[in-house]
Design a protein around this ligand. Sequence first.
Ligand code: NAD
Length: 509
Amino acid sequence: MEFLKTLGIEAHQAGCATGSAWNDTTGESIEVTSPADGAKIGTVRQAAESEYETVLKTAREAFLHWRSLPAPHRGEIIRQIGLRVRDYKEPLGSLIAYEMGKPLEEALGEVQEMIDICDFAAGLSRMLSGSTLYSERPRHRFYEQYHPLGIVGIITAFNFPVAVWAWNAVIAAVCGDVTVWKPSSKAPLSAIAAQKILGPVLKENDLPEGIFSLLVGRGSVIGEAMLQDPRISLISFTGSVPAGRHAAEVVARRLGKTLLELGGNNAIIVTEHANLELAVPAIVFGAVGTSGQRCTTTRRLIIHDAIYDRIKEALQKAYQTVRIGSPLDPRNHMGPLVDREAAAAFTRALDACRQQGGRVLFGGTGLTGKGYESGCYVSPAIMEVLNDTPIVQEETFAPILYLIRYAGELSEAIALHNGVRQGLSSAIFTDNVQEAEVFLSQEGSDCGIANVNIGTSGAEIGGAFGGEKETGGGREAGSDAWKTYMRRQTVTINYGTELPLAQGIRFDI
Ligand code: NAD
């Protein structure tokens, strides 16, 4: 395929790089197939322990150089990387779509996020700041400053195979850190393509190897080595709650830092004052976008009794118009799930839901026939359930939308909304300002993201991104999320000729 050639992806691709240099790998090879048509795209030779060691040593040396560059110089490199990503937006978007199945339009949006975060990071490199405080002691200067952490390990999920890395890596880079990236083995080629785009920029600027490294490898081998390695100051982990819990426990044992971006169970409240012209398309995009495989996917809909039947009918009608097919065909709204196992998990969740009292209102079957030969395509499901149904409490990473009814006050809807273990994204549709403000208040949504009259997915990079409760509490991307990638230092300078002690303590000697 032309885009593979443009991106320099080889049929037998090494999965380990330290910048522009690609290392030989000794781990087992994985075959990468497309969920779009089941065709083999290529093989990747994964990294093993010995390559891991080389990468870590190279990264450590690179850090000693990179941290000494002024932050705006580092920002200039990121600016150039952003420009280079612009040149490859179409082919990289096509590869993402073909490798993991999201529609081309959404894949291009993902590449745009990489570009946007590079622009943000370039500006941020001139705005990293500390704070000056007034000392209680005369002739003393008192301030806080931030220094780079060192090596940041980035472990990413399959569903945003390049954007999540960029959110972390380019912010960490302007902060003066070097990064080691372990992408998901379900979408390694997109990661390899991103590395191939940035590598030449590093070389053109005569930078040493080790500033941005890539290690494609098994979670249980490379991922585990990263979690346990005290040379890695921060592990940014994006993935499911069970894997993230494990990562947090292992890193905590060595008292390392983690930034956790784990699963969501996102809901939209639709009140009787909602504008349905806005609500219905937002719900459909939130529920079927990326085939329900976004961490911010709309999974639960909490609808006021007065409009429940209208919404139900409108959604059933809208779902009939969702075009499902090849992610590379721009006319399609929804592509396949990432693999056959994900399609099987979709079916298992729906079986469980039915057994637990749920009722199918739409879809919920695997698709077969022409265009669907890969076995990864499904018809998105709408289910009618109660919020405390066990399967509703879990994040099934598939297009299943649960309809839940509330009859009384908004507080009842908010209790249902918050009545899950996860806390990533949330939304309310209402034209009533009191309802909107209560939802956003301390009595309202308990999530890291709260929206009014827009859906749960599709965050902008300028704000800090992340969630509460089992979602892990981490924040990445914009705003002041950069502070996670730096260590804080409180400084006191005495420029006087006396030695006064804090709290007025006297110590005469
Ligand atoms: P996953 O948990 O299966 O894998 C995530 C990453 O962890 C992969 O790179 C995997 O190889 C690695 N891993 C697995 N075991 C490991 C181990 N023992 N040590 C170290 N690394 C290990 O998740 P997935 O199926 O790729 O992605 C889907 C999940 O990610 C969903 O739960 C989704 O909500 C979540 N997600 C969250 C966010 C967010 O920002 N909150 C963003 C994207 C995805």
